[in-house]
Design a protein around this ligand. Structure first.
Ligand SMILES: NC(=O)c1ccc[n+]([C@@H]2O[C@H](COP(=O)([O-])OP(=O)(O)OC[C@H]3O[C@@H](n4cnc5c(N)ncnc54)[C@H](OP(=O)(O)O)[C@@H]3O)[C@@H](O)[C@H]2O)c1
Length: 306
């Protein structure tokens, strides 16, 4: 059976496997597939911590890895993959690597920033490269140069995408306003937007916009950076299934077709977080979790960035 073609509207949830991936994936507007499950690496520091986490992730079936220039671990992630992929019988094409342009490189330094990510990761191409933040480091949030700089960054990402160095390009932490501005001015429609998403932050407007424009909506901080793991309702629902609260929170997102990027420095937790495709939450429990929405952000708030 041939693969479905990219939809002109919302990215579609596909049935596994992709390449060697044992996890389901979404089809991006580039025609590439992105696994629904990826390992977050923010605050994973040092070659050993990364190596252990990546090893546990590959063993569990993760095939996607999320880093960023500001995490200062691109070189360690690249090294871990070079060492571990052969041990797991995998090759570069089996994994999906995401990195991000740092706010200090926004604008005139965007090319240098993206090429540095490629060099540090020691890769010929990056599967997905995102503008990390709508603002520029060193400028006030209200500074009118912010929109000029991110437009300049986007133009550079479009060029590197055309050259095949960045297979897909997208943005992160954009508000619906930033996103509409980009959609109006871009030549290449962003493939992905990565934003904070969990039961207390449902991002309804952004998800609607993404659905209309065929942009994949990807979640970060699905566990509320850890703060939601003790929430009484999440605890109660998890007990009903004999699961952990982390698994319930991750399943809530992937069951809606939203890719997740849980981070843990504990290999056992990395494995636990990967087991979210062999059970289903009832419609009632999905709704109960969705009912927790109160606009709570645990990470950054980009709403003031001009
Ligand atoms: N684009 C952006 O601006 C942006 C912003 C934030 C995050 N992200 C990406 O998304 C990833 C995930 O977000 P996040 O790191 O902010 O938060 P998260 O995944 O929501 O939560 C991570 C926290 O939960 C703990 N944890 C993870 N699994 C657990 C489990 N099974 N049981 C108990 N505790 C568990 C971790 O502690 P231990 O490590 O001690 O296990 C860590 O403190 C990041 O690593 C990064 O790749 C992107």
């Amino acid at each position: 059976m041939s693969d479905p073609q990219p939809s002109p509207s919302a990215p579609t949830l596909s049935i596994p496997p992709i390449h060697s991936s044992p996890t389901p994936s979404v089809l991006l507007n580039t025609g590439a597939r992105m696994p629904l499950l990826g390992l977050g690496t923010y605050r994973l520091r040092g070659p050993d911590e990364i190596l252990q986490a990546v090893d546990a992730a590959l063993s569990t079936g993760y095939r996607s890895f999320d880093t960023a220039s500001v995490y200062r671990n691109e070189a360690d992630l690249g090294r871990a993959l070079r060492l571990l992929l052969p041990e797991h019988g995998l090759s570069r094409a089996d994994v999906f690597i995401t990195s991000k342009l740092g706010p200090k490189d926004q604008g005139s330094r965007a090319r240098e920033g993206a090429l540095r990510s490629l060099e540090l990761l020691d890769l010929d191409y990056i599967d997905l490269y995102l503008i990390h933040w709508p603002g520029t480091q060193g400028l006030e949030v209200g500074d009118k140069r912010n929109p000029e700089n991110r437009a300049q960054s986007w133009a550079v990402l479009e060029e590197l995408h055309a050259q095949g160095k960045l297979r897909a390009i997208g943005v992160s932490n954009y508000t619906p306003g930033h996103m509409k501005e980009l959609l109006e001015g871009c030549c290449v429609t962003p493939a992905v937007i990565q934003v904070e998403f969990h039961p207390r932050l449902s991002q309804g407007e952004m998800r609607h916009l993404c659905g209309e424009k065929g942009v994949c909506f990807q979640a970060y901080s699905s566990l509320g950076t850890g703060s939601l793991l003790q929430d009484p309702l999440v605890v109660q629902i998890a007990q009903g299934y004999g699961l952990t609260t982390a698994q319930v929170l991750l399943r809530w997102a992937v069951q809606q077709g939203v890719p997740v990027l849980p981070k843990s420095s504990h290999p056992t937790r990395v494995a636990e977080n990967g087991h979210v495709f062999d059970f289903e939450l009832t419609a009632e429990d999905m709704e109960r979790l969705g009912g927790m929405d109160c606009g709570q952000k645990y990470c950054w708030d980009p709403s003031q960035v001009a």
